[in-house]
Design a protein around this ligand. Structure first.
Ligand SMILES: Cc1cc2nc3c(=O)[nH]c(=O)nc-3n(C[C@H](O)[C@H](O)[C@H](O)COP(=O)(O)OP(=O)(O)OC[C@H]3O[C@@H](n4cnc5c(N)ncnc54)[C@H](O)[C@@H]3O)c2cc1C
Length: 332
């Protein structure tokens, strides 16, 4: 959206749900989205592609979307749209050890979970840039000046940050003064779990002979979840090889957080072979460290997760409103 009209801007605001990008900025040149540090869409809804066959993909972060009865109503239009476009499909493959609450419904994304993010970025019509690390945000003449690790600072009217809380708190510049001491303390107390994910890509025709599409593991110090990812997404094909993803336990990730990815990958693979002996050799592997994986609700307060989630959402909206209050009457 190079020349963002009020109409296109409203459209973008309405279309972009949470979980879509790192920054959504409206500037003199139209709307711009800086979509994170990774070279592709998705953030923690990352989908990796095999360099040998781009049709072979694996979800390295989020695995499926759980629609609770509350969000079935609240976000009905989003679900209707994503289902109508075939971006989401009900999860029908067996996931062993999955805990389901009454009324919940799980969905997978046949093209990988990053296709949800991709869909909304496309719908927004905004210009999207990858591999930009924002380091500072300052207020200069009623505009937000965003500085990056590389390149010159740019000015925008509005900045919306969606990265994990600790990464927001690391930003330097005037943004730090936007947050009251009380809010900072609360934000600082938000804890995230960490995990590693290992994605494995196999040659076309490879058989992985297990009766499930996913399995939660409770008896291994390293491995928490394994999924035959293409089977989970119901996209088994004779031309595209299967893909598998392993998520580690949080204690394993915490222990090896600062180790080299190569070493960690080796450890995860050894454990996987002990759980699934005779597993075929993958043609490509991809190891991803998630330092900030999911908000750790138990560590924070011990209160019910619903209550804590509400508190966190309120804080996030508060910050957003505070930032919006800096918006001036301008041509946007
Ligand atoms: C291993 C794992 C499993 C998960 N499983 C599930 C699941 O099954 N179901 C589910 O619903 N959820 C799951 N989640 C959680 C889900 O992925 C996240 O809640 C969701 O993706 C968060 O989206 P977001 O846009 O808020 O944040 P993110 O996806 O984290 O987006 C933030 C973006 O900000 C970027 N960024 C950070 N710092 C900077 C900076 N300084 N400058 C520029 N960009 C920056 C990041 O690169 C990233 O692209 C899982 C997460 C992980 C890691």
């Amino acid at each position: 959206m190079k020349h963002g009209s009020p109409c296109s801007r409203r459209r973008a605001e309405q279309r972009l749900p949470p979980h879509s990008c790192a920054l959504f900025e409206k500037g003199p040149h139209g709307d711009q989205i800086v979509s994170g540090l990774l070279p592709d869409h998705g953030g923690r809804m990352a989908t990796a592609r095999s360099p040998c066959n781009p049709q072979s993909t694996v979800d390295l972060g989020a695995q499926y979307i759980t629609r609770t009865p509350h969000y079935a109503k609240k976000h009905q239009s989003f679900y209707d749209e994503l289902l109508a476009h075939g971006i989401l499909k009900p999860l029908t493959s067996p996931i062993e050890g999955m805990v389901m609450k009454e009324g919940d419904c799980n969905f997978v994304a046949p093209q990988g979970l990053s296709s949800i993010v991709k869909h909304y970025l496309k719908e927004s019509g905004a210009e999207v840039s990858f591999r930009h690390r924002v380091t500072q945000i300052n207020l200069r003449n009623d505009k937000w000046e965003v500085s990056e690790e590389r390149g010159s600072p740019e000015r925008f009217d509005i900045v919306v940050l969606t990265m994990p809380v600790p990464q927001i708190l690391q930003l330097r510049g005037d943004i730090a003064n936007l947050i009251s001491e009380c809010q900072r303390q609360q934000l600082e107390s938000v804890r995230y779990s960490s995990r590693y994910a290992l994605g494995l890509f196999y040659e076309a025709g490879t058989k992985i002979d297990v009766p499930w599409a996913g399995q939660y593991i409770t008896s291994n110090p390293c491995t928490r979840f394994i999924s035959i990812d293409n089977k989970k997404r119901n996209i088994e094909s004779s031309e595209v090889g299967p893909s598998l993803v392993v998520h580690t336990t949080v204690p394993f990730a915490v222990t090896y957080l600062e180790h080299s990815t190569e070493d960690v990958q080796e450890l995860i693979y050894q454990q996987l072979e002990s759980i699934l002996p005779g597993l075929p050799q993958p043609v490509v592997t991809k190891c991803q460290k998630w330092r900030y994986s999911q908000v750790d609700l138990k560590k924070k307060t011990g209160k019910s997760s619903r209550r804590y989630n509400l508190k966190l959402n309120t804080l996030h909206s508060h910050l957003a409103i505070y930032k919006y209050s800096f918006k001036r009457n301008n041509s946007l």
